[in-house]
Unconditional design. Structure first.
Length: 186
């Protein structure tokens, strides 16, 4: 990710740091990470260095914070991020079949890989907190429940049919959680 574009945080950092009492400004690492991701699409190496310099942390410490939270991305993501829950309830309800169907359709693996056109990232997730209506997937920030391989592919088609503006995370928003409809049962 060296050389990736990064917009300076120096301006907004002044206002963000002012929210914290003297001596507590390391806590600003979180809003600065969030801002960097909003601006650059993901947390670039340049952003890590700049944030570390602003709040007085090493780059390793900034990366440690960013990598703890799944909402922060340390490498580029597709416009749509599909996360399939691989925890026990979803696995027992067929999550692996969903992952296999999506891997085949997208032509990528499920360990955070992104399609060459930058449209989709496919990843495995831990419990998405809707275990009772498993299996569950999350598309960008929206939960889909009782998903089947066929309904997952139908969701994919739905995403493909909606022209997305440029930029990570740009996606049609659904009321969550939404039950994915299986075209075979229509
Ligand atoms: S195990 Fe999948 S949502 Fe909890």
């Amino acid at each position: 990710m060296a050389g990736a574009l990064h917009r300076s945080l120096a301006g907004p950092a002044v206002e963000i740091l002012a929210r914290y009492p003297e001596g507590r400004q390391r806590s600003a690492v979180m809003p600065l990470l969030r801002l960097a991701q909003e601006q650059d699409g993901y947390i670039t190496e340049a952003a890590v260095e700049e944030i570390g310099g602003i709040v007085g942390l090493s780059s390793a410490e900034v990366v440690a914070v960013a990598s703890f939270y799944t909402l922060f991305h340390l490498k580029p993501k597709g416009r749509h991020v599909i996360s399939v829950c691989q925890n026990i309830a979803c696995t027992m309800a067929g999550a692996e079949e969903i992952i296999e169907a999506l891997e085949q359709e997208l032509g990528i693996g499920s360990e955070g890989e992104t399609t060459p056109d930058g449209a989709f990232t496919l990843e495995r997730a831990e419990c998405l907190a809707t275990c009772e209506i498993a299996p569950c997937i999350q598309i960008d920030h929206d939960a889909m429940v009782k998903v089947t391989p066929a309904s997952a592919l139908a969701l994919l088609e739905e995403l493909r049919s909606v022209p997305s503006p440029d930029g990570p995370g740009a996606a049609p928003r659904w009321a969550a959680p939404r039950q994915a409809s299986d075209p075979r049962s229509a």
